[in-house]
Design a protein around this ligand. Structure first.
Ligand code: SF4
Ligand code: SF4
Length: 428
């Protein structure tokens, strides 16, 4: 996504229950946001639901629109709320519009009725699952501290049974960070997930729950650990699963190596096109910055298109680039990393400058590691061939980097007859 000043469309994560959730995941960054709304019922009213959807659809200057539900736990609103939401979408949708509904859920309240509704209305569901039982239950517990693994696995089976489109969101943290293959194989072979997102837990130690301070909790993944995690999963994936299992960060990388824009705000040059809407109509710059300082306004008082295109929000999006340290600007993998998300930029560069990403060491290792294979796959794409052809060369978890890194004046291994530098990858 580009800058907000010429914003044809934007994303909004709506939180109909605010921070309210039926679970008590130990690393959840959103539970503490309850203190922003003391005494609130944490329920989006029907009037606000209609105002939100009307304003959002009217604000989109493109035919695609995504109604994205998140939490807290959105299913606490009950199914009828979402039935009304779909009716309202139909009421305000323009004839040329394609509306996608998405929901991020912990899955514990899902049953056949929910899943039938999701299927009938083409919802894309994001289900949170941190891998096999011992890793999932390390932090994903309910309010009484009881494990949730069995309930989430039941939800995955229900979603599959009802043929609902879903992807798995797996946070990577201190408990599962050293077990990449156990986690990945479990998601692939037991959960039968085709779409997987890994989300690093970088949780700052403070009392506010805001993005403040430079000490992380013990639950957080370490930078190098996260890099090793991604490298191990990539090695397995590139040997047997390309074109079959979609791992979000690998897709993002392939886009970058192909010279295409990133599909993830964290790896884009600028951001600011994905905002958060609270249960009472307050709109914030980003889901990760639901803090008074980043409040844009309330959609009862000012139309959300104005808030999304406001100077304040434009600045928020541009700051991602403007605040990038010189160390990142000179980095060889900046084209794909772009300093990742500003919420994680709280350590110092080797030359003592502020604003380096806490995960930098891990990303650097990972992006360097995948350079050869990514060049190869990007090259295949350019020739109109499937990137999966890389699996002819990758076997038994080993990646023969030399195949993908010939000298610039050597013939390209693809058989085109051209010199590698002419034929191959972005950096050539
Ligand atoms: S702050 Fe991070 S999560 Fe938020 S929009 Fe920017 S890159 Fe995305
Ligand atoms: S790998 Fe590190 S230095 Fe390079 S762009 Fe990312 S955060 Fe910056």
């Amino acid at each position: 996504m580009g800058k907000t000043d010429s914003l044809p469309g934007f994303h909004l994560l709506a939180k109909p229950t605010g921070a309210a959730c039926n679970l008590g995941c130990k690393y959840c960054f959103f539970l503490s946001k309850k203190s922003l709304y003391p005494g609130s019922s944490f329920r989006m009213s029907d009037e606000l639901l209609e105002t939100y959807i009307r304003q959002y659809l009217e604000a989109q200057r493109i035919p695609q629109a995504t109604i994205a539900w998140q939490g807290g736990e959105p299913t606490l609103m009950g199914l009828d709320f979402f039935r009304r939401s779909v009716q309202i979408e139909h009421k305000y949708s323009r004839p040329d519009m394609i509306i996608q509904n998405t929901m991020q859920t912990n899955g514990t309240l899902l049953d056949d009725e929910w899943c039938e509704f999701f299927r009938e209305n083409n919802f894309l569901i994001g289900l949170s699952l941190d891998g096999p039982r011992e890793f999932h239950d390390a932090y994903r517990v309910d309010k009484t501290g009881k494990p949730t693994f069995d309930r989430v696995m039941k939800a995955a089976r229900l979603l599959r049974h009802h043929k609902v489109d879903y992807n798995i969101l797996t946070t990577v943290h201190a408990a599962n960070g050293d077990h990449p293959l156990e986690v990945y194989r479990f998601l692939r072979d037991e959960v039968k997930a085709n779409f997987i997102q890994f989300i690093p837990i970088v949780e700052r130690e403070n009392d506010t729950g805001f993005q403040e301070g430079d000490v992380v909790t013990d639950r957080s993944v370490k930078a190098e650990q996260y890099g090793r995690f991604l490298i191990s999963v990539f090695n397995e994936w590139v040997c047997r699963d390309v074109g079959r299992i979609f791992v979000q960060i690998f897709d993002v990388a392939l886009a970058a190596w192909s010279g295409m824009p990133s599909g993830m705000c964290a790896f884009s040059e600028t951001c600011g096109t994905a905002m958060a809407l609270e249960h009472n109509g307050d709109m914030y710059s980003c889901d990760h910055f639901v803090e008074p300082k980043y409040l844009l306004g309330n959609i009862w008082k000012r139309d959300m298109a104005g808030l999304a295109r406001s100077t304040k929000q434009q600045k928020f999006g541009r700051d991602k680039l403007d605040a990038l340290p010189e160390y990142c600007r000179r980095c060889e993998v900046r084209f794909v990393c772009n300093g990742e998300c500003p919420k994680n930029r709280f350590i110092k560069t080797p030359d003592g400058k502020s604003g380096l990403n806490y995960l930098c060491a891990g990303y650097k290792e990972f992006f360097r590691h995948i350079d050869g294979p990514m060049r190869f796959m990007a090259h295949e794409l350019r020739l109109g061939r499937a990137p999966a052809s890389i699996m002819k060369y990758t076997k038994d978890g080993k990646i023969p980097q030399v195949i993908f890194k010939p000298g610039r004046n050597d013939a390209c291994p693809c058989g085109s007859g051209l010199k590698y530098k002419k034929c191959h990858g972005r950096a050539g």
